[in-house]
Design a protein around this ligand. Structure first.
Ligand code: PHE
Length: 342
């Protein structure tokens, strides 16, 4: 290659190394190939050269022109790539480092329902999905509470349509449907929302959760009921809990009982949770009334059953030491989030 071309080339290469942006790169190229550029002036001077020199110089100058074009393209791509890398670097965000993300939390009632369902599932119970709007028959008549019965006043009812539909006041409203759709022996629990037209205070709400359980089979007794409830409580509180039964009245059971359990927090010595009595009032239960079994198509000569129903809100309050039932339906997320973990 002609010496003057070689020297242009080596100084061009040296310059190019210092170029770091597109504007400089364009200038670099113009200085070489532009009308007044170095290479152009060499080409212009060809007219004064010898024919021999003209041919080699011309050829070499053209070679260099292509080389410069090539270097230009290569460098432009490099600059572009570097720009992208810098942008990526600058905009990189490690999402796992974010401090402002709130961890999710389940509602305390959901936590307790899940645990209750777990325990009963392990004991071989089926979980029944209840309805929240039920007929007067389901809620009352089918469970031995005819219209004239004073027990209707025990639960202040929201009527959807007078004499026809109510908001379920108790999960017992599912008993008849279960009896009619299952063949003994069977065991079912019904966790669901119920509604009562009550004044709201720290221990009462007009919307709350109950868990109903019914077991029907041959020779079902109160001993089976006792074992079932003790097992559930032991599972829920992670320790032995004793229960006691007192006579109680519910039209759908005979005999009917009220069940209390020993305070899992103080073990009878008396504390705030058990109001210093050592016992916590927990639920209504009993052997299923023959009228209820018959209404559900069960042969009472052959089968008997027990039923129970307890308030889940109360259980959650005891478990988490919550002293105001209203927080369950409240929208204060901070209050509800605390119970994410046991
Ligand atoms: N349904 C009753 C209530 O809501 C509870 C209960 C259920 C009692 C089953 C006995 C048997 O108070």
């Amino acid at each position: 290659m002609h010496s003057s071309i070689l020297s242009i080339r080596s100084s061009a290469v040296a310059h190019l190394e210092k170029v770091s942006n597109i504007a400089d790169l364009i200038e670099w190229k113009n200085e070489l190939l532009g009308k007044t550029g170095e290479l152009s002036s060499i080409l212009k001077s060809l007219k004064d050269a010898t024919p021999e020199e003209r041919s080699t110089l011309g050829k070499d100058a053209n070679t260099l022109r292509w080389e410069i074009e090539e270097m230009y393209e290569k460098k432009a791509a490099e600059i572009e790539e570097q720009k992208v890398q810098e942008k990526l670097h600058k905009e990189w965000k490690d999402l796992t480092e974010r401090k402002d993300i709130q961890t999710w939390a389940l509602h305390p009632l959901t936590l307790v329902i899940n645990d209750v369902m777990d325990t009963f599932t392990r004991m071989g119970f089926e979980i029944w999905q209840a309805k929240e709007i039920v007929t007067e028959y389901e809620n009352f008549d089918s469970v031995n509470v005819p219209a004239s019965h004073p027990a209707r006043d025990m639960q202040d009812t929201y009527w959807i349509e007078w004499g026809k539909y109510v908001l379920s006041t108790q999960t017992s409203s599912q008993q008849n449907n279960i009896l009619k759709s299952r063949k003994p022996p069977f065991q079912v629990i019904v966790p669901d929302r119920v509604f009562r037209n009550e004044d709201i205070d720290a221990t009462h709400d007009n919307t709350f959760y109950q868990v109903e359980g019914i077991v029907v089979g041959e020779n079902i007794s109160l001993a089976n009921l006792k074992y079932t409830i003790e097992t559930m409580l032991k599972d829920l509180f992670g320790k032995e809990v004793s229960i006691r039964m007192r006579p109680g009245f519910f039209p759908f059971v005979e005999p009917g009982v009220e069940i209390d359990f020993s305070c899992p927090f103080c073990g009878w010595s008396g504390c705030k949770v058990c109001k210093k009595s050592g016992w916590i009032e927990f639920m209504g239960a009993g052997l299923m009334h023959p009228n209820v079994l018959k209404e559900g198509g069960v042969d009472t000569q052959k089968y008997s059953g027990f039923a129970f129903g307890f308030g889940l809100n109360r259980l959650a309050m005891i478990r988490y030491g919550i002293d105001d039932m209203r927080i369950f339906m409240h929208t204060d997320i901070r209050a509800l989030r605390q119970f994410a973990w046991k």
